[in-house]
Design a protein around this ligand. Sequence first.
Ligand code: ADP
Ligand code: MG
Length: 284
Amino acid sequence: MSSLQTLNAIKQHLVSLKFSAALEALDQAVERLENDEISPLEALESILSHEQNVRETRRVKTQLRTSRLLQHKTLDTFDFAFQPTIDKQRVMTLAELGFIARQQAIHLLGPPGVGKTHLAIALGILAVKAGHAVYFTTLTDLIASLTKAERESNLAARLRYINRAPLLIIDEVGYLPIEKNGANLFFQLVNGRYEKGATILTSNRGFKDWGEIFGDNVIAAALLDRLLHKANVMEIAGNSYRLREHADLIPESLKRGGASEENPTKRKPGRPKKVAVSTESTGS
Ligand code: ADP
Ligand code: MG
């Protein structure tokens, strides 16, 4: 077989194997080989690594969509200097993902804008890259999805589907109050997941408020029993990154995101009022 015939045969193999990225890389590798820039083994390696990289990028992209991790937030872009109550070393240890193998719960607590969702997403993306299935949701969406599944007599399958993910991220616990049936459904999920999967929860409320959030002290205690066992609790006390250029415009009474200690009964559980300043578009 002539060189050209061999090359065409290789291309045919790559096509039938669906190695399209390797096929793209082939001609250039052969050219570099003929120019004595690389050895035959290096040519083979460069073709295969190109295929491998393209497949891995595609896998991560698909998996991020399935996980509903649609925002791109990473630890590299997190400014730890801005939030000194966050122990960077502790976050870096979490980034090694041992908590997933240990099926631990991580609680990221703090007022709005301190980076809870950013950190949760960054850990979720690392988990996806490491090959773990992740399910990201807000508590409100999670309960809506369980309620719908129950109505459609599909609850068991829905619980199984969510709990199959080795990492469940539940964002925004406590922004909105949960009604009784929702709290019951959430308990079924948490109980089924206990010691079977890792969970990251973010909240602007303390654990003492869970009775109020879930409208029932007994359910709240049962939830906390599971979600605090072996848990890793990170309390972030700092200023909002969103409002970092406008902190002077926020009244003191609102600065702690409704998580004030003094008068819990007066507090409205709703989402803190939006402040009429543009903060996301500053680009800094
Ligand atoms: P929270 O969930 O605590 O309310 P977010 O994580 O949504 O806050 O943060 C609000 C915005 O500010 C997001 O765009 C996030 O990426 C950004 N942000 C928050 N803290 C930091 C930080 N320390 N460094 C870089 N960006 C941050
Ligand atoms: Mg958030």
